[in-house]
Design a protein. Structure first.
Length: 108
């Protein structure tokens, strides 16, 4: 199951150095809703290897502001406390594309 990130929890996880995938979304966003089943499935599949969760931009904003999020959904990928900018994804993405980026993240 995907975690529900807050500014405090996501910062702590990123700083831990673990691989982290953050789905920035909002409840009113149609493409965000289409991405929910993909995120949930991949969170289960990669449990124990990658921390995957959702970050509601209407409830939290430090991470969104720091990363200049202009549109949602946006997926951010972190490893060793740093964002892997070349893996960043914007818009509703197919499962295989997100999975490919998670595999790239793990290979770093």
């Amino acid at each position: 199951m995907a975690l529900n990130f807050t500014d405090a929890s996501v910062s702590e996880l990123i700083e831990s150095g673990k691989p982290v995938v953050v789905d920035l979304w909002a409840t009113w966003c149609g493409p965000c809703k289409r991405l929910i089943p993909v995120i949930e499935k991949l969170a289960e599949e990669y449990e124990g290897r990658v921390v995957i969760g959702k970050y509601n931009v209407d409830e939290e904003n430090d991470l969104a502001s720091a990363n200049r999020i202009m549109s949602i959904p946006t997926l951010l990928f972190f490893k060793n406390g740093q964002q892997v900018k070349e893996l960043r994804m914007t818009g509703a993405q197919p499962e295989d594309a997100v999975k490919a980026n998670i595999e790239k993240l793990l290979a770093l």
